[in-house]
Design a protein around this ligand. Structure first.
Ligand SMILES: *Cc1c(COP(=O)(O)O)cnc(C)c1O
Length: 387
């Protein structure tokens, strides 16, 4: 039986998959099982931040897997300590909890926000404001937090306690930020929602209005973090530090990891027995993450991400079919005048280029290490499709 038939016979059909079996990758190029090569403008979904099988990263991961691949979180490991030190330093935060995905990182943030409020104010101040069109994950609670009606189906009952505010609508935020609210949770650039950056004025308003009421700020940087926007955190582009930051996707270069970081205010909220994860902070993932940070936390590397982002944007602006380019750095949304984004993604695949979509846009999340030659080669394919 061929791979696709075998796969479909045994794996649940939760994805609309392309008919293609990925086999290997090197640098910014993936190869399928027929030997066809693809320039990668998607990096998984923003996960392979250093491209495929980067040598330093692969060495660090392999060395760790031969040393100790896992131990219970009842013990300490040096590699988790090293990674936590570097990560909190790069993010400008105080403490971290490690899980295995973005959804888990957000679950942790939600638990911290509610417990912070419970410890200080007692019951009843548990609501969390999130934004319309947001995306926060696939667990029941993070689906509940996601401000898109299409996700609030089938799995009833959903978790209570989320209030949706229109992105960039300061009046709506002010009206809904009442005494039942313990936190405001937001993506600086809504990723799945269509690569839409928040207005600076709205982000300013979030910080101003929450500070007055001891309401926490939670930045979901699962997609925008770890250098994606040319700053280590997307929030750094807006000049504010939230109380809680969540990270995942690109954090460990393609290994499963999520992290929930807090500043001083919430550093002591989760105490022994209040949260946990069997695999969280796995040594192999931490070793991969350390290698990602060695590169992506370096200001010179981040400046390159910004320059490459500008280069992409300039090239895209020269394509007549493109009506707009959104996002920051190497998080890029492309609005099209007449063509359908999903059709474009399919043609790109046929022509040896991997791109993503988000709502009606073509979305690019290339590896942060992508070279100008690869950008040129990929952009030529995209430009030809958009002719
Ligand atoms: C992908 C994503 C998530 C969910 O991450 P998983 O690792 O799939 O659980 C949450 N928030 C944002 C902003 C994301 O882009």
């Amino acid at each position: 039986m061929n791979t696709i038939d075998k796969f479909n016979e045994h794996v649940m059909g939760t994805y609309g998959r392309y008919s293609l079996v990925m086999d290997s990758g090197s640098g910014e190029t993936a190869t399928d099982d027929n030997g066809k090569k693809y320039i990668d403008f998607g990096s998984g979904i923003g996960t392979n931040s250093l491209g495929y099988c980067n040598d330093d990263w692969a060495d660090a991961v392999c060395e760790q897997v031969r040393k100790i691949q896992h131990t219970s979180n009842y013990y300490y490991t040096k590699v988790q300590a090293d990674f936590a030190e570097k990560l909190t330093e790069a993010a400008g935060m105080e403490k971290v909890f490690f899980g295995n995905s973005g959804a888990e990182a957000n679950e942790c943030a939600i638990k911290i926000a509610r417990k912070y409020s419970f410890d200080k104010y007692g019951k009843g101040r548990h609501n969390i404001i999130t934004l319309v069109n947001s995306f926060h994950g696939r667990t029941i609670t993070t689906l509940s937090a996601t401000g898109q009606d299409v996700f609030h189906n089938y799995f009833f009952p959903f978790t209570e306690g989320f209030i949706f505010v229109k992105a960039n609508d300061i009046d709506d935020l002010r009206a809904k930020l009442d005494d039942t609210v313990c936190a405001v949770m937001f993506e600086h650039i809504q990723g799945e929602g269509g690569v839409n950056a928040l207005d600076q004025a709205f982000v300013d308003a979030i910080y101003e209005l929450t500070a007055a009421k001891d309401v926490l700020t939670i930045a979901d940087e699962v997609q925008t973090g770890i250098g994606r926007t040319g700053k280590f955190l997307a929030g750094d582009n807006f000049g504010h530090k939230p109380d809680i930051v969540t990270l995942a996707k690109g954090i460990a270069g393609g290994l499963p990891m999520g992290a929930c970081l807090t500043g001083k205010k919430c550093a002591g909220v989760l105490t022994s027995g209040t949260h946990g994860s069997t695999f969280g902070g796995n040594p192999v993932c931490c070793a991969g993450g350390l290698e990602v940070l060695r590169k992506a936390a370096d200001p010179a590397f981040l400046a390159e991400v910004t320059k490459k982002g500008e280069y992409f944007r300039k090239k895209l602006s020269e394509i007549p079919e493109v009506s707009g380019v959104s996002g920051i750095g190497l998080m890029i949304g492309i609005s099209l005048k007449t063509k359908d984004a999903k059709e474009v993604a399919k043609s790109a695949l046929d022509n040896g280029l991997l791109v993503l979509t988000a709502k009606d846009k073509v979305r690019l999340l290339p590896p942060l290490t992508i070279t100008y030659d690869e950008i040129d080669a990929g952009m030529k394919i995209l430009a030809d499709i958009l002719k």
